[in-house]
Design a protein around this ligand. Structure first.
Ligand SMILES: [Zn+2]
Length: 167
């Protein structure tokens, strides 16, 4: 029941004071009152969270409510690099979101960055894995169990292989 929240809409989703909050309120409610959980992992996402105390507070608050699905940082970092290589465009600054999807198997992303969405679609093109994007009230219907895979995972085991190789 997980969704990746792009940092560019984090405040809009979680702060009821944000002007754009109504647009993202279904995501907020789905996490607060429904099945939704925040999925995250990896160095880049953590760095973005760390930029604001408020964001860290939000994550901790949801962790305490068991509304966070934290996945393997190392695996996300490895997959982030792979996603960046696939796109090969330095203006694409969200390969870590694709990394989170690859590692967790979650298909839902909340983002208002159209360029990022297009690149993420490109990354998964032809793989049979179709990410779904929440972009506003019009995409409210993706917040259902329908787009939730059964095999949500915390780790792909890539991190282990990396350590073995190092030895
Ligand atoms: Zn791992």
């Amino acid at each position: 029941m997980c969704i990746v929240i792009d940092m560019d809409v984090f405040a809009q989703v979680f702060s009821e004071k944000s002007r754009d909050h109504p647009k993202y309120e279904p995501v907020f409610k789905w996490i607060n009152e429904g099945d939704g959980k925040i999925v995250y992992g990896g160095e880049t996402y953590w760095k973005q969270l760390k930029q604001s105390e408020r964001k860290i507070d939000v994550i901790n608050e949801y962790k305490n409510k068991d509304k966070v699905f934290k996945i393997c940082d190392n695996c996300v970092d490895i997959k982030e690099k792979e996603a960046a290589r696939l796109i090969g465009d330095s203006t694409f600054n969200d390969p870590h979101l694709a990394g989170i999807l690859m590692v967790s198997n979650c298909r839902l992303v909340c983002s208002r960055d159209e360029g990022a969405r297009e690149n993420i679609k490109k990354i998964f093109k032809g793989t049979g894995f179709n990410p779904r994007f929440y972009t506003g009230l019009g995409s409210k219907n993706i917040l259902t169990r329908r787009y939730i895979p059964n095999n949500i995972q915390k780790c792909m085991g890539l991190c282990l292989r990396k350590t073995i190789r190092k030895k």
